[in-house]
Design a protein. Sequence first.
Length: 189
Amino acid sequence: MKKSLPEILKIGDVILFQSGSIVEHFQRKAKFSKEASKYTHVAGSLGGYRIIEARDFLHKSGARDIRYYVDKGVKFIVLRYFDVKDKQRYKLGINWALYANLKYKMIELVGMEFKRIFKTSSNWFGRRNGVFCSELITRGFQDTGVKLFRKSADLIYPADYFYAYMTKKFKKVYSSPPQQPKQHTHIIT
């Protein structure tokens, strides 16, 4: 019997979305592959339908129901980091929730692009008071004792998670079903 999405999702799973945003442009500039660049948003699973994410600057970061993305037809994959023990999963969820209290700051995303171009970790935009999606998820892993990347959390793009999956740091446990073409009905009178 095939499991449903809430039965599959565990606390600590990472969800990569193909949301079609300006992040794709930034990732292409950062020399990510076309396939990896399609993944422009990342969230963490809190189990069941609940996910945690840093949203765009118009919305408050925090928990959301993944059915929001399912209903919009957004393609996504669910990745599981298999070296996280069950007890660590709860700590990871708590760490993500703590970072979700910070606001999403577009200026931080622009600052990330400057840091990449000039190969610096200097914060040119003043005191950090925000996070973006991939930073939130990465900082949660770091605070749980899991170091996934060789660069700081504020330099991680969603595409970095796709590459981590491709290098077998994560296992894909779910892919959203392909979008079905909308049926057009013609009424013949």
